[in-house]
Design a protein around this ligand. Structure first.
Ligand code: ADP
Ligand code: MG
Length: 321
């Protein structure tokens, strides 16, 4: 399988793991000629922003030239774009590793995700889009301070805050648009790296970890663990929603009740923990691209394995000349 990974940025490990696990070429793209992860690949292309006209045409040209069999992206705004163009990719024999357009859009919008959870019986923090709705819920005791405020379509923990009173909430709401108010959750944060087979549509791999420390919106330290009840909860959620390919789910465990916090329908920043513990989702992708459905291997890893992040650097010559 030759794979094309779009917008690799600083995700060096993901590129390295593909090179290690699959037979065939790993081709990548980024907007920047000094994105560190491009130097890990067999070849790379510098491309314009995903909003550029003809962006998809350019990606299709790369697919044809490099005899690509599968394509995926590592950034949220590009997931919907790929999903919208599935037919164009399959027209040149390329499988898009990802979920449907609707699910990509739902995952980007935390109010939509809340509504989905509510409609389908999954726990999710009580959420409101406006101060008026929040105040009404406050009067009915459906929510109480502290609350968590974040952008409806946020990412990377930008512009998030814990708010204790109405005065501050009003100030924060005046400062930015498109915010939402959520019940503040207290509990153990959990991350799940999940693979849903692109051939059979069945969930085939789940890796779960307890988050120990968060830093700049990312899990800095975590420990792997297994719990059948959690696997069952995740499986039911994924099945009802209909996700496909690689997804990353954030949950809270509050006194034994699981809450869905967020879904990223792509390789999450914490995936290296799963791979290093033996959850080789690169191989699962390769099997799917070769038409092979993967067997169920949920929980095939060791508990009690710790992940600690640290900084790395990349050195290269000026490649822009
Ligand atoms: N309702 C909440 N209560 C308490 N903490 C929260 C809540 N929602 C999010 N968080 C914390 O903020 C972080 C970022 O929120 P998240 O919804 O994942 O947004 P992003 O898309 O920016 O990652 C989460 O990882 C979690 O630690
Ligand atoms: Mg998050």
């Amino acid at each position: 399988m030759n794979i094309l990974i779009l917008s690799v940025g600083t995700r060096n490990k993901i590129v390295q793991y593909f090179k290690k696990s699959i037979t065939g070429k790993v081709v990548v793209t980024d907007m920047s000629p000094i994105a560190p992860a491009i130097f890990e690949a067999d070849s790379y292309y510098i491309v314009p922003a995903i909003t550029a006209p003809n962006y998809i045409d350019m990606i299709l040209d790369i697919c044809i030239k490099e005899k690509i069999n599968a394509v995926m992206s590592l950034i949220d705004p590009e997931l919907s774009l790929l999903a919208q163009n599935i037919d164009r990719f399959s027209g040149v024999g390329v499988m898009v590793i990802g979920s449907s357009y609707e699910l990509c859009e739902m995952s980007l919008d935390k109010m939509k995700m809340f509504a989905f959870c509510r409609q389908n019986g999954f726990n999710c923090a009580e959420s409101y889009e406006s101060i008026a709705q929040f105040e009404s819920a406050l009067r009915q005791d459906r929510i109480s301070f502290p609350v968590f405020v974040k952008p409806i379509r946020g990412s990377a923990s930008i512009n998030i805050s814990k708010i204790d009173n109405m005065e501050l909430l009003n100030v924060v709401f005046k400062q930015s648009d498109q915010l939402m108010i959520q019940q503040y959750l207290r509990g153990q944060e959990i991350g799940a790296d999940v693979y849903i087979d692109m051939v059979s549509g069945e969930i085939v791999s789940i890796f779960t970890k307890k988050k120990i420390l968060m830093r700049a919106g990312e899990t800095d330290k975590a420990v792997s663990f297994k719990e059948d009840r959690l696997f069952e909860y995740i499986e039911r959620f994924v099945k009802v929603a209909g996700f496909r390919g690689q997804i990353d789910i954030d949950l809270f465990d509050i006194d034994g009740e699981y809450y869905i916090s967020e879904v990223n329908p792509r390789f999450g920043g914490g995936y290296p923990h799963a791979y290093e513990c033996g959850c080789d989702h690169m191989k699962l992708i390769e099997n799917n691209v070769n038409g092979i459905a993967n067997t169920r291997q949920i929980g095939n890893y060791q508990s009690g394995i710790y992940m600690m992040k640290y900084n790395e650097i990349k050195i290269c010559q000026d490649i822009r000349s």
